[in-house]
Design a protein around this ligand. Sequence first.
Ligand code: TYM
Length: 339
Amino acid sequence: MDTTVSTPAPERKKIIFSGIQPTGVMTLGNYLGAVRNWGPLQEDYHCAYSIVNMHAITVRQDPKALRENTLRAYALLLACGIDPKKSIVFIQSHVRTHAELAWVLNCYTQFGELSRMTQFKDKSAKHADNINAGLFTYPSLMAADILLYQTDLVPVGVDQKQHIELARNIAERFNGLYGKTFKVPEPYIPKVSAKIMSLTDPTKKMSKSDENPNSFVAILDDESTIIKKFKRAVTDSEAVVAYREGKDGINNLMAIYSSVTGKSFQEIESEFDGRGYGDFKTAVGTVVADHLKPVREEFARLMNDKAYLEDCYRNGARQALELSQRTLDKVYKKVGFVL
Ligand code: TYM
């Protein structure tokens, strides 16, 4: 054997983790801000994606609906191009290490840090009758999700950035005390679609928990519903398709159109130069509906094959447990638990 020729060691594939709550329906915001990127990332990274049902119970859920929505959310991820043969795709409550590490991390997370989380402030204002401890410590569970897999990158919308900053701080603190235990993760946030806004109030984030269903597009909405919602979208009275400050509604529609078609803002401005908002809104609705059609079809097919889905999520849970247990063992040893 010729030992003088040295081939460079192959670079370690980086690790991706992300999650989505199975509350209600998946919206175009979830999709363009996060989930749409998860499929393509599978080609170059080791990816793990989770339906985070343990996060969902921080606000009151109907048990039957939660169970159904969890399965639907799982099928929808696969329909969006996440391949369980390439990625680890699992349901959070199936993998006990998440709750176990979350407890340890709770003891390394400060009350002040959690108090500063804007999602906690928003949700506690919205659910004033149920400001439970889980809602408060939600970010430590999210840190556990991420840190268990020695994650390099976390693909999310911009609203999750603060939680990832906190996960980084917790990881650095723990590493500082006990030596390198966790990889310190980075957020991975898309440029144009990091924050898709409500169609009825474009100063607010598009959210599945919005009471007005016209404010969001659900991935599973049919074509005519999608087009109708875009036609009704709140804009301004200027009738000029241009991206600039003060035009929140049009800026949002341009971000959606750009994200789906790959066209730049400048290209969109020339395409709709001299045309009214009516044309533009119909065009946005049409490209979104066309883009989502195969997702809807694949979702319907998968929901008819519950045995396949179960096979996938049981297998995903086994893989996730095996990987995450390694990190949890390290942590238990470092903090002084008898193994
Ligand atoms: P969730 O379930 O609220 O949302 C899932 C993903 O969708 C993104 N998103 C948006 N992006 C752009 N525009 C919008 N209007 C919009 N609305 C939602 C979110 O940023 C997110 O990426 N805490 C997380 C779930 C979670 C998680 C994790 C994420 C739990 N553990 C570990 C990453 C890593 C959440 O509630 O996402």
